[in-house]
Design a protein around this ligand. Structure first.
Ligand code: SF4
Ligand code: SF4
Length: 213
């Protein structure tokens, strides 16, 4: 039996995706291995996909056109290495200056700066929020699990950037409600074991899932 199983279920008349963890020692890499095939699976209902059952590749409503991406720390470091940039250079060239002025690390968007001819140019390094997002309904437990992981990774990037002195003193105004949500989330998550695991990990295989359920 695999460590993690992804399944479809009917809840209140709605088809939802769920995750079952069969191995308590499973890590984030194991979850990604089970989750990532969903984008290429035509049997999975996708609300914005062509005919609702297409694969993500070639999607006319590509969510990368509007995504608000704060990379998790593993992805952030890997993107800098792949582009042969220092981390401050990556922040200066690939992150939105107006958000940076607020002390926030949002990848340039609308569309995402890494989207080229409809395809992600950093696909194998893309952030957890990109890897986990799918326009399908999820069971409550699964939604909580994947977003707790993705937000823990993003909070770790924010904390790491603060520690390294990459961020300016944040301005006092200009925050959207989502910016505020993220600032408050970082404060709430700062001492959580899952965030500390991201800060000390070299890869997703070093981050146990048990921190997030
Ligand atoms: S997850 Fe994004 S790319 Fe995939 S079908 Fe939905 S909107 Fe399109
Ligand atoms: S990093 Fe890649 S997957 Fe994520 S929003 Fe940008 S283009 Fe899409």
């Amino acid at each position: 039996m695999s460590k993690i199983e992804v399944y479809q279920t009917l809840e209140d008349g709605i088809v939802k995706l769920g995750v079952k963890i069969h191995d308590t020692q499973a890590n984030v890499a194991d979850l990604l291995e089970a989750w990532q095939p969903l984008c290429d699976d035509e049997t999975i209902y996708k609300a914005y996909g062509q005919n609702n059952h297409s694969v993500c590749k070639g999607c006319p409503n590509n969510c990368c056109n509007t995504a608000y991406v704060i990379p998790d720390l593993i992805s952030f470091r890997q993107i800098a290495a792949q582009l042969q940039k220092t981390e401050p250079e990556l922040i200066e060239d690939w992150f939105e200056p107006d958000k940076l002025a607020l002390g926030l690390l949002k990848i340039k968007s609308n569309p995402c700066i890494f989207l080229q001819q409809g395809i992600c140019s950093i696909y194998s390094l893309r952030s957890l929020i990109c890897r986990f997002y799918i326009c399908s309904d999820l069971t409550w437990e699964t939604e909580k699990l994947i977003y707790t992981i993705a937000w823990s990774g993003a909070a770790a990037t924010q904390i790491y950037a603060e520690q390294e002195g990459y961020l300016p003193e944040p301005a006092h105004g200009g925050f959207t409600s989502f910016d505020r949500f993220f600032v408050e989330l970082v404060e709430a998550y700062r001492e959580l074991p899952g965030v500390k695991a991201f800060l000390s990990a070299e890869g997703y295989q070093d981050i146990p899932l048990q921190h997030f359920w």
